[in-house]
Structures are given as C-alpha cells and as structure tokens.
Design a protein around this ligand. Structure first.
Ligand code: P53
Length: 475
C-alpha cells in the first residue's frame, strides 16, 4: 500500500507581491502588480500607466509581511509547516530589471526571511517569477515579447541561485505560466508576461512569442541552477483546471481535448523539452513565423524540469459550439458544470478533479508532483470573541486531501508536498480584494485598506495543525 512520503512537504503558499507590501522599501522598484488597482467579483482590476495619484493599489501595503514576517513564520511553525512557498520579488533584487548589479538590501531581506524559516526546519520553496516582473521592462522593452528579457531574467535567476544555494533547495521558474493561454484576457497577459497589446497586434501570436521566450528562459535557468548546485530541484508551475467535455458527444470530447492541449502545452515544453506536434502545426497554419531558433530548441531540450508544481482550485467544462475551426477561448467556451458547486466568485469546486489532474500529469510526464496551491477563497466572519469558524474552508480542504491521498495511495502518483494557497490572508491576485480570504490565519485588513493588520487564528489553523501532525492520517 502506498503512502505519503515520510518527509512530505506540508506547508503553505504565498507570493511576494500579494503580502509583502513595502513596495518602495530599501530600493525596491515598481513591479507590474504595483500598477494594478483593486477590483471585485464584477469589476476587473485596472492597470494604470505607472503609479498615479488617487487610485487604490492594494499590493502596495499587502499585509506588511515585509516587516512582520518573523511573527508570521512563528505561526506557520506552530502549525507544523515543513515548507513555505513564496516568491522573490524581482524588483527588490533588480529594481528596473535591466541593471547589472543587484540591490544588496533586497538580497539581504530574503537571506533574513529564509534564515527565519530554516530556524524552524521549514524548507523555503521559491518561485522566481510570480506576477511581479519589473514595470520598467514593460515600458522600455515591451515585456516578454522582447527576446532581451530572457537575459535579464537569467541574470536575476543566477544571482539568487548563487546567493541562496545553501538555503533554498526547491525552486520554480514561472508561476502559472499557462494562464496566458487565455490570451483574450488582458489580466493574464499582463500578470504573466507584462504584455499590453496594441491595436495592430494579434494577441495570440504575441502570447505564443512571449511564452516561447519564457520557456527558453526557464530552461536556461534550470541549466544554470544545476551548475550552481546539482542538488537543486527546479520545477515548473502550471495552473491546472481540468477541462471536461460537457457531454459524451464526440464533438464535445474533441473540443475538450483541444482545450486541454491549448491550456497545457506549456507543460509539454517544460517536461519533454519540445513542442507538441499539434501546436507546431497550428502555428504554421496561422503563419505566425515566430522567432524560435535552433539554439532555443537545444536550450528547451537541455533544461527540462525536475518536478511539476501546480495549482488546483477548480475544474472547467466546455462543449462544441459548431465553429468550423477547432478553437478554445475561455471567455466564450467555458460552460457551467451541473454536477459541481461554485464559490461566491464562481470557481467550480471539484475535489475529484484533483485526483484526475494528478493522474493526468503522471500519465503525461511521469515526474514527481507538488501541489503548490489549493484553497477556498471565502468571506470570513469574525465573532464577538474574535474567533473565526471557517468550517467551509476545512470542508473544502479535507475533500481535496481525501482525493490527493487516493492519487498517491491507490494510483501511485509521487507527490512531494502540499502547500495550500494564502496560508495567511493576503491580497487576491484576481480581484485585488482582501475579502476573498484563503488563510488559516486571519489578517485584520479590509478591502478599503482599513484595519489594524493584527493576525488571529481561525478554526482551520488547529485543523491543519492536526493534519500535519498525523501526516495526513487525521483529516
Ligand atoms: P485569487 C486564475 C485561475 C487560477 C489561479 O487566486 C489563479 C488565477 C489568477 O487569479 O491564480 C493563482 O487570488 C495565483 C495566485 C492567486 C491564487 O491563484 O484570484 O498563483 O497568485 O492568488 C488565487 O483568488
């Protein structure tokens, strides 16, 4: 009978820009997340031309983790965390992105942060790029549509690999690199790749070009990292939302298959080191003539990842719409799945889909997996005595852990760890809200920016503590 690894990396996940705040401290530059305003379930976040007066930019303060991390990590340790996933804000190290010399104060911050984790035997798991590239690379270079950005990124990667080679073993290159498969979304293109599409551009073509440069940069980073420390484990990070056919109608099944290909080819390149045939054919048929050199292809082949890091929140469903071309556009092609419920933000809750996803990854790539995000964004109610009874969050996580264990114990998936998202309440990436909470730890901060920033334990804190203590036996 299989079981969870003995050194299973139970923990929690965050991203620098969503909790650190201190957006200008100690020489930090402006990142793409610093020019994004607050939205909500009905209103997309705005992207302003630089930081302008009169707007609410929730990431500027975050939850002030930059100044409070020691107390927060102490709480993580109290829950029993074995790992803590965060990202390094590129703009703390290279404020503009194109400098040759790094900013020492930024490097020192992450030294201190990782030391604090290691003090409690908590392994840092570090994402290099999590929706926070330097804004200067957008305005001066056009974001990832520019080949020069590969060099800026690998310089950043090499700098932090060298600096933290004895403190960090687990790395990931680009967070949810495949969100931009939904190239109709300005949000995804901007957060993933710093892209602002102009009127004369084809957004799909620009996306494929930018993603190619990122994949080359990722592969080069893997190679550089292994030279610095052969014990590094460097993964990709894929946003996994399985896409089901709504019915057994063959056209619906084929549509869902194309949708899966369109959303997950990024993982093919990361894991196999080459493009899938369908995509090469598609790009040829579209006459995209992308800038993909033989040297790039050699880089991709030489820089495959060690493991698949992925987020899992929800599943999607699609059906054929009778269009002549087999195509997939999330805005128009996703349909509600009548067999599952959804969160207040419309995210379809599907624990069985997690087991499906883990099997799907395993069958395609035969690599270790790491669930680096999972969780339930919900509004929490603070009682008069300060307690927070978030049974809905425990219920969501428990159901997913049951399926996670089946994938390991019954299906033989090799799973490295589980780091649920937003282990402490933080700014939502999608909406910029505080009220879409994921944490085991509540943070007293509201959507309008008010609040004391005080931390308190929710019921789920004690539940997760027990889960970790029993290595997932007692859910
Ligand atoms: P929020 C879309 C679909 C799945 C995951 O999301 C996504 C997104 C983008 O919103 O993002 C990941 O905060 C991402 C985190 C993010 C988390 O999921 O919109 O890696 O940065 O906070 C949850 O509720």
């Amino acid at each position: 009978m299989g079981q969870l690894r003995k050194n299973f990396l139970w923990g929690g996940a965050v991203a620098a820009h969503q909790l650190e705040g201190a957006w200008q401290a100690d020489g930090k530059g402006v990142s793409v997340s610093d020019v994004m305003t607050a939205g909500d379930v009905d209103h997309q976040r705005g992207i302003t031309d630089g930081v302008l007066p009169g707007y609410n930019y929730p990431n500027h303060e975050g939850i002030d983790f930059y100044h409070r991390y020691a107390a927060d990590i102490k709480l993580f340790a109290e829950m029993g965390f074995k790992s803590f996933r965060t990202s390094i804000a590129w703009t703390r190290i290279f404020p503009n992105g194109d400098e040759t010399e790094p900013n020492e104060a930024g490097l020192q911050f992450y030294d201190d942060l990782f030391d604090e984790c290691l003090k409690y035997d908590i392994q840092p798991v570090v994402t290099l790029s999590h929706f926070e590239m330097p804004y200067h690379l957008v305005t001066e270079y056009g974001g990832w549509r520019n080949r020069q950005v590969i060099g800026f990124f690998t310089h950043f990667a090499e700098t932090v690999f060298k600096r933290y080679q004895h403190k960090v073993k687990y790395w990931m290159t680009f967070n949810e690199i495949n969100n931009q498969a939904n190239y109709h979304s300005q949000f995804s293109l901007f957060t993933n790749s710093g892209l602002k599409i102009t009127a004369d551009e084809n957004p799909e073509k620009v996306m494929y070009q930018a993603a190619h440069y990122e994949l080359v940069a990722s592969a080069q980073a893997v190679k550089i990292g292994k030279q610095i420390n052969p014990d590094f484990e460097i993964g990709c990070m894929i946003a996994m939302c399985p896409i089901y056919p709504l019915t057994a109608k063959p056209e619906d099944v084929l549509k869902a298959e194309r949708a899966m290909q369109t959303r997950y080819w990024f993982a093919d390149v990361h894991c196999h080191g080459r493009y899938p045939e369908w995509l090469l054919q598609y790009q040829t048929n579209q006459n995209y003539n992308l800038d993909i050199t033989d040297a790039d292809l050699a880089d991709l082949a030489a820089g495959t990842v060690d493991y698949i890091g992925f987020s899992y929140y929800m599943s999607f469903a699609t059906k054929d719409n009778g269009a002549a071309e087999l195509h997939y556009d999330e805005e128009h092609d996703l349909v509600p799945n009548p067999y599952v419920e959804a969160s207040e933000w419309g995210w379809q809750i599907d624990p069985v889909g997690l087991r499906y996803a883990m099997n799907w990854f395993n069958d395609h790539y035969h690599l270790p997996e790491f669930i680096v995000e999972n969780g339930f964004g919900a509004v929490d109610q603070v009682e008069a005595d300060g307690s927070i009874h978030d049974s809905y969050r425990v219920d969501y996580l428990r159901k997913h852990l049951v399926q996670m264990k089946k994938a390991v114990i019954e299906d033989g998936v090799d799973l490295m760890g589980y780091t649920p998202w937003g282990c402490i309440d933080l700014v939502s990436a999608g909406t910029g809200q505080m009220s879409k909470r994921y944490g085991f730890i509540y943070v007293d901060k509201q959507d309008d920016g008010s609040g004391t920033l005080a931390r308190s334990k929710k019921d789920s804190f004690y539940w997760y503590q027990k889960v970790i203590k029993t290595n997932g036996q007692d859910l």
